[in-house]
Design a protein. Structure first.
Length: 241
């Protein structure tokens, strides 16, 4: 079986590391990016050097029609995916009393709206082709416990958890698993402005996580060994409660 996985937001950070990790484990990759074509092309080249195939889709996950059109056209040309990793997301932090309407709307429409916009064109073809596929969403420690200055982000990531659990119940009888990975503080651009000493105070392990540590869990959840795991939220956070 051709095991092709679509990974949103895979030109950098956790998405990029996941794409490369999965390619090393025999998956073909559909890369997705919003703005940085050069980075996506670089990841594509790295995947092909590993002996796997890769192609690139470009759309904004909050734009429903564009996402639907690009995904449907890709499926029509290449066939349905075995797996989907919903990695793309944004943060626009601000304390709630002075949060702008645009900061709320952009984060909710991207992070939570993207769940619907990306998966809706995929689920029915996956069912029709009787693919016992894998859907993996990414939430966050902020979606589990909340975080000051991130009411919008926390709401979107908590919503992803609820949506993941509900969808897992709908698809279980089809043999399609739906699970959520909730990273803690991971070494990506999203934490570059936070002082390292402040970060370590928050983490029992006293270190940040790596994108590879998240990617390895995603790889497991895509595997045949994980076929009886669904509806779960698994944290990768160094012991943060």
């Amino acid at each position: 079986m051709d095991k092709t996985v679509l990974i949103t937001g895979s030109s950098r950070g956790i998405g990029k590391e996941t794409a490369l990790y999965l390619a090393k484990n025999g998956y073909n990759i559909v890369l997705h990016y919003k703005n940085n074509l050069d980075s996506a092309l670089s990841v594509k080249k790295e995947i092909e050097a590993l002996g796997q195939t890769a192609r690139i889709l470009n759309f904004d996950i909050k734009e429903r029609y564009d996402a639907k059109t690009k995904i449907e056209n890709d499926i029509k040309e290449h066939g349905i995916y075995y797996g989907v990793v919903l990695n793309a997301g944004i943060a626009e932090d601000n304390v709630f009393p002075v949060m702008e309407d645009s900061e709320w709307d952009e984060v909710i429409n991207t992070n939570l709206g993207g769940f619907y916009n990306v998966l809706k064109p995929i689920i029915m073809p996956m069912i029709e082709k009787r693919i016992k596929g894998r859907i993996i969403t990414l939430s966050s420690i902020s979606g589990l416990k909340g975080n000051r200055g991130q009411v919008n982000y926390s709401a979107s990531k908590a919503g992803i958890i609820g949506a993941t659990k509900a969808l897992s119940l709908e698809l279980a009888k089809r043999g399609i698993t739906v699970n959520c990975v909730a990273p803690g503080i991971i070494e990506t651009d999203m934490i570059k402005d936070i002082p390292p000493d402040e970060i370590k105070k928050l983490i029992p392990m006293k270190r940040t996580g790596t994108p590879r540590e998240v990617a390895s869990l995603i790889n497991y959840l895509l595997s045949e060994d994980a076929s009886y795991i669904t509806g779960q939220v698994i944290s990768v956070n160094g012991g943060m409660a």
